[in-house]
Each structure stands twice: as structure tokens, then as C-alpha cells.
Design a protein around this ligand. Structure first.
Ligand code: GDP
Ligand code: MG
Length: 175
């Protein structure tokens, strides 16, 4: 079975841990939404997924830390095969920065790097509209797939990782 490591990046409080916990065995085994993850803890989750009839192992690293760009992130980006860029703020500066850092660190043809852009907390309807339009137009300008999710309601979370897995399979074909 092929194994792919995925790095989840984004500002503090956007919902990285909730998203990662939802796609991982945390939610899988006991269907509960964990309200509060320690914002300073970095955790790696592993899960076997069946996408398009092929089993793959996903290792998902939930990053932490107040700094948007740390030397640690640089290490993770080097090792990562796929990236989930999570954001929520109307300001896109952080995500734009992370995206450029990924391109810089990975080198090569930027268009081939597996990346998915994710908006979170779709269940908070009142805050939704601006959020969606902003992210959607940015993602299309960046030519990256975009998903709106709710970790709380388990909406569209698996689609994010399926999309990323397909990108990783085609970017890193079987030997
Ligand atoms: P992180 O710092 O990016 O890892 O963010 P967390 O995953 O710890 O989430 C920050 C806060 O947002 C927590 O209070 C979560 O319960 C809340 N949160 C995360 N995802 C959702 C969601 O989909 N819906 C709602 N309503 N709250 C969420
Ligand atoms: Mg966290």
C-alpha cells in the first residue's frame, strides 16, 4: 500500500486540528466532534483510505504554533507530499505566504505540487458569505482546488483528502 504524508497548514484557530481530527480515526472510531484541541500540540494521524478502489495510507500532520512560518514548518514542507492550506480570515495574506513558501521550498514546477485550499466552519452560516467569495476567488486565481468544510458537522472533509490523494497519486506515480 502506498503511503502519503500530508501537512495541514494555516493560522491559529482556523480549525486545523478539528479538520484533521475529523478525517482521522478520532472521528472514525467515536463519532464525536472534539471542541478543543490544545493549540500548541502537533499531532500526526494515520488512516487507511479507499479512494477509487485503491487503498492508501495517509499520514496527516496537524501543525501548530503561533508563527505562520517557522523553521519547523520548513522541515515539514520539505518532507510533505501534499498540503492542505486552511483559512478562514478575509485576509488571505497568511495563506498566500504559505503557498509561496511551499513553492519555494519544494522547487520545480509549482503547478504539480499537490495542494488543496480549505475554508472551515461552514456550519457558522452567519459568517459565511464573505468568507466563501473571498476564498473561492483566490483559490481560482491560484489555480488550486477549493473546498468549504465543517469539521463539526463532518461536511466535505473527506472530499478534501480524496482530492489531495488523487493529486498525490498522479504526482508520485507507482514505481
Ligand atoms: P487550529 O488552531 O487551527 O488547530 O484550530 P482548532 O481546530 O483548534 O479550532 C479552533 C476553534 O474553532 C475551536 O474552538 C473549535 O471547536 C472551533 N472549530 C473548529 N472547526 C469548527 C467547525 O467546523 N465548526 C465550528 N462551529 N467550530 C469549529
Ligand atoms: Mg491546532
Amino acid at each position: 500500500m502506498r503511503q502519503f504524508n500530508v501537512v495541514v497548514l494555516g493560522a491559529g484557530g482556523v480549525g486545523k486540528s478539528a479538520l484533521t481530527g475529523t478525517v482521522s480515526s478520532v472521528r472514525f472510531i467515536r463519532d464525536i466532534f472534539v471542541e478543543n484541541y490544545d493549540p500548541t500540540i502537533e499531532e500526526e494521524y494515520r488512516r487507511t483510505v479507499n479512494v477509487d478502489g485503491e487503498l492508501s495510507s495517509l499520514e496527516v500532520l496537524d501543525t501548530a504554533g503561533a508563527e505562520q512560518f517557522t523553521t519547523l514548518n520548513e522541515v515539514y514542507i520539505k518532507a510533505g507530499k501534499g498540503f492542505v492550506l486552511v483559512f478562514r480570515q478575509v485576509s488571505s495574506a497568511e495563506v498566500d505566504h504559505l503557498r509561496k513558501q511551499i513553492y519555494r521550498i519544494k522547487g520545480g514546477d509549482a503547478q504539480t505540487i499537490p495542494i488543496v485550499v480549505v475554508g472551515t466552519k461552514l456550519d457558522l452560516v452567519n459568517e459565511r458569505e464573505v468568507h466563501r467569495n473571498t476564498i473561492q476567488s483566490l483559490a481560482s486565481r491560484w489555480n488550486l482546488p477549493f473546498y468549504e468544510t465543517s469539521a463539526k458537522r463532518n461536511w466535505h472533509v473527506s472530499e478534501v483528502f480524496e482530492d489531495l490523494l488523487r493529486q498525490m497519486r498522479s504526482r508520485y506515480p507507482k514505481e
